[in-house]
Design a protein around this ligand. Structure first.
Ligand SMILES: C[S@@+](CC[C@H](N)C(=O)[O-])C[C@H]1O[C@@H](n2cnc3c(N)ncnc32)[C@H](O)[C@@H]1O
Length: 400
């Protein structure tokens, strides 16, 4: 394939690496065809959660746009590289610009520019479907070693298509955690990740705080009941040389040993009431901040009553399930309020990235109108004929 390129192989390979590597923004090739201007450009776009290479062809004023799969994009690039004759080829990436002017005689004149210190130059591989370029937490530092160890990126540092959803989720969570972080570097910062699983978020948060923010003394404890995921999480922390700073416990969340007054307790998709166990532990250990993305929840599903007025809703399994999900998160946020946290519930990432995209973020230190909050909680329990797991553990009725 490379023999067919009219460019020297080394140069063609450099272009392939830039186009399919980390930080690629756009390639444009311009020439004159049959006396009229012809331009083709490639750029990565994300459409409905999937990443494509968008090819735009402008032929004598007529424009065609196609979104190409990885294979088709690779073939398209080879066609571009094989184009004979005089032309200009320009590749823009976060590594800097590459400009190739091919003369009439087919001689390539190459110039390379340094990375530009502009937002555009720091663009990630992924962009949304328009010219808008998003800066992601995982592109604000050299995250390639982390992404490779986590298995999110391939050997060239490019995000694997199958891991794109996870990459987006971790970026979204790192953005969501920002309001809970101190504005200036703390002397130490302690985090607990409950139900850490394969430790994507655990390790990414550590690298982000240390490498992007320049913080020292960041300690993160990952807790999971599954011995094998903890074994691989430990290996990954060691591979990154941070095994002393990011440690793991094989334990149920409810019986784990937490540090005192952690700065942040988080849980991402911990199953069912494990999310409540994380919130309960956070409140009991007086965590300053809480970030929690609930997962499947079964606790209230069959328990909801709601009287005659709700019968028409509860008859339908899917509506009952969704209502139970909403109410479970409502109870969680309300109990956190009662326990002295300012709690907010929001979507943290698009529903295409994960259906479980509700985030509860809470910050300690705010005393809401306690009596009113308890009264609201009691009315909710009475209306639905339930006492949720988190309520039983933290006894919010007695806090008035
Ligand atoms: C869906 S995975 C999510 C893992 C990780 N947080 C992520 O988002 O990639 C849920 C994890 O929670 C763990 N888990 C569930 N209930 C638990 C409990 N009560 N105590 C400790 N770990 C628990 C499971 O072993 C599993 O690894």
């Amino acid at each position: 394939m490379s023999d067919e390129s009219t460019l020297p192989e080394e140069l063609a390979e450099e272009i392939r690496t830039r186009v399919f590597g980390e930080g690629f923004i756009r390639l444009t090739q311009s020439l004159t065809r049959d006396g009229a201007p012809f331009r083709i450009s490639l750029r990565p776009v994300r459409l409905k959660g999937e990443v494509f290479m968008q090819a735009e062809m402008c032929d004598n004023g007529r424009t065609q746009v196609r979104n190409l799969s990885d294979n088709a994009a690779r073939k398209g690039l080879e066609d571009i590289l094989r184009q004979p004759g005089k032309r200009d080829l320009h590749v823009i990436s976060t590594a800097g610009d590459l400009h190739v002017r091919v003369t009439k005689k087919g001689k390539p004149l190459v110039s390379r520019g340094k990375p530009k210190a502009t937002a555009g130059a720091e663009a990630p591989i992924i962009q949304d479907g328009h010219d808008h370029v998003k800066k992601q937490p995982l592109t604000s530092f050299d995250a390639v070693p982390l992404l490779r160890v986590l298995g999110l990126a391939d050997n060239r540092g490019q995000i694997k298509p199958s891991m794109r959803g996870k990459y987006d989720q971790v970026n979204a969570l790192l953005r969501a955690v920002e309001p809970l972080l101190p504005a200036t570097a703390p002397t130490q910062f302690s985090v607990v990740d409950c139900g850490c699983g394969k430790a994507y978020l655990t390790l990414a948060l550590h690298r982000y705080l240390v490498c992007a923010k320049g913080w020292r003394n960041v300690r993160i404890l990952g807790i999971d009941k599954n011995e094998s995921v903890i074994a691989s999480a430990r290996e990954m922390a060691d591979a990154l040389g941070i095994g002393d700073e990011v440690t793991f416990q094989v334990s149920m969340i409810e019986s784990a040993e937490f540090p005192k007054e952690p700065d942040l307790v988080m849980s991402l998709h911990a199953c069912d009431t494990a999310t409540d166990d994380a919130l309960i532990a956070a409140v009991k250990t007086k965590a300053a901040g809480i970030l929690c993305v609930p997962c499947c929840q079964h606790e209230l599903h069959h328990a909801l009553e709601g009287g005659d007025a709700m019968r028409a809703v509860l008859r339908h399994g899917i509506l009952r399930e969704r209502l139970a999900d909403l109410l479970t998160d409502t109870f969680r946020a309300q109990v956190l309020r009662i326990c002295g946290y300012r709690a907010r519930v929001m979507e943290f990432v698009s529903a295409e990235a994960t259906g479980r995209n509700i985030l509860i973020r809470a910050e300690k230190g705010v005393r809401p109108g306690l009596g009113e909050a308890v009264a609201e909680y009691e009315k909710l329990c009475d209306f639905w004929g339930v006492e949720p797991y988190i309520g039983k553990a933290l006894a919010p009725r007695q806090q008035d």
